[in-house]
Design a binder for this molecule. Structure first.
Ligand SMILES: Nc1ncnc2c1ncn2[C@@H]1O[C@H](COP(=O)(O)OP(=O)(O)OP(=O)(O)O)[C@@H](O)[C@H]1O
Ligand SMILES: [Mg+2]
Length: 288
C-alpha cells in the first residue's frame, strides 16, 4: 500500500491557489504574541434536549498552526467540530472567521470562507469514483473565488478538465492516484480515509477541520498521517479533533482538552500533557 504521504511526495496545494483570497487576510491580531487568528469560537454552549454537550467553550485557531481538540468519549469534540464547520448552531456563543463574525454558517459556505473539513464518518459518495469524489472538493473551491471567474470564461469541458487535473494532482500527492477510477466501497478503510482527506485538500483550504482522521488506522498509518498534517501546517491552519493522544501530542502546536463539554485545559502539548485535570479525565475513562 502506498504511504499516506506518498513517501517523499507532498500534496501540492498551489494550482487553484488562494491568492484571490475568499476572505480577507486574517485580521484578529493579538498584539502581545503577534499571532493571527483564523477561526475563533467564543463562549459556545450547545444543548441537545436536556443534555449540555458544550458549555462556555472558547478556542482560537492561530494562522499556520495545528490546534488539537482532545477529550474522552462523549466530551463534546465532534459537537465542537460541528459548531466550527456550521453543522450545529450553538445555543449561545460566537464564531469568527479571520476576525469577521459568522452568524449562520451553512455547509455550502465553507469553501467560500476558505474552509474544508473531513468527517468522523467518511461522507464519501459511494456512486462516484474516487476521482469524482475529489473533483467535488475541487469544484467547491473553484466556484468560490478567483477560480470561479476564471472558469466562467472557459468552456465546460475545459472546466471539467481543470477540475480533473486538480483532483489527480491531490490524489497523487497522497499516493492514491492509482485508485482514481475505483469506487470508495471497493477500497480498504484507510484508503477511503485518504480519499476523504484528498477531497478536503482539493478545496485548497486556508482552514482545514479534521474530525478523528486517525480512527481505524494502524500505528504506522497514524505516524504517516501525523507527518502529513505537519507538512500541511504553515500553508493551512488545522483544527484536529482526535482521540489519539499520542498523535495530538506529536503534531499539535496548541491543544484544547474537553471533558463533559467544558474546557479543562488549554495550552502547548508539554503543558497539557502534565495537567492534573487532563490526567484525571483520561484516567477516569480508562477505569470506566
Ligand atoms: N445530535 C445529538 N443529539 C443528542 N445528543 C447528542 C447529539 N450529538 C451529540 N450528543 C451528545 O453530546 C455529548 C457530546 O457528544 P460528542 O459526539 O460531541 O462527543 P465526542 O467527544 O465527539 O465523543 P467521541 O469521542 O465518542 O467521538 C454526548 O453525550 C453525546 O451523546
Ligand atoms: Mg466524536
Amino acid at each position: 500500500m502506498t504511504s499516506l504521504c506518498g513517501g517523499t511526495k507532498v500534496v501540492e496545494v498551489t494550482s487553484l491557489s488562494a491568492e484571490e483570497s475568499r476572505v480577507p487576510a486574517a485580521t484578529t491580531d493579538h498584539a502581545q504574541t503577534g499571532a493571527v487568528t483564523e477561526l475563533e469560537l467564543r463562549d459556545v454552549t450547545v444543548t441537545f434536549g436536556g443534555l449540555t454537550a458544550l458549555s462556555g467553550v472558547g478556542l482560537a485557531l492561530q494562522h499556520g498552526q495545528v490546534h488539537g481538540v482532545i477529550g474522552p468519549n462523549g466530551a463534546g469534540k465532534t459537537t465542537l467540530f460541528n459548531v466550527a464547520c456550521g453543522f450545529v448552531r450553538p445555543d449561545t456563543g460566537t464564531i469568527e472567521r479571520a476576525g469577521r463574525p459568522v452568524p449562520g454558517l451553512r455547509t455550502r459556505d465553507l469553501a467560500g470562507l476558505g474552509m474544508a473539513r473531513t468527517l468522523q464518518g467518511l461522507g464519501l459518495f459511494d456512486r462516484m469514483t474516487v476521482l469524482e469524489n475529489v473533483m467535488v472538493g475541487a469544484e467547491r473551491h473553484a466556484r468560490s473565488g478567483f477560480a470561479a471567474a476564471l472558469l466562467a470564461t472557459l468552456g465546460s469541458s475545459r472546466d471539467e478538465a481543470a477540475l480533473r487535473e486538480r483532483a489527480r494532482e491531490v490524489l497523487d500527492g497522497l499516493g492514491i492516484a492509482h485508485h482514481a477510477d475505483r469506487y470508495p466501497t471497493s477500497l480498504p478503510y484507510p484508503v477511503r480515509k485518504r480519499v476523504a482527506l484528498a477531497r478536503a485538500l482539493a478545496a485548497d483550504p486556508e482552514v482545514l477541520l479534521l474530525d478523528e482522521p486517525a480512527s481505524g488506522l494502524s500505528g504506522s498509518e497514524i505516524e504517516e498521517l501525523g507527518d502529513l498534517v505537519r507538512t500541511l501546517a504553515g500553508r493551512t491552519s488545522v483544527l484536529l479533533v482526535e482521540h489519539h493522544m499520542d498523535l495530538v501530542m506529536r503534531v499539535c502546536d496548541h491543544i484544547t482538552v474537553l471533558d463533559f463539554g467544558r474546557v479543562i485545559a488549554s495550552g502547548p502539548p508539554d503543558v497539557v500533557r502534565d495537567d492534573p485535570a487532563v490526567l484525571a479525565a483520561y484516567l477516569g475513562e480508562s477505569v470506566a
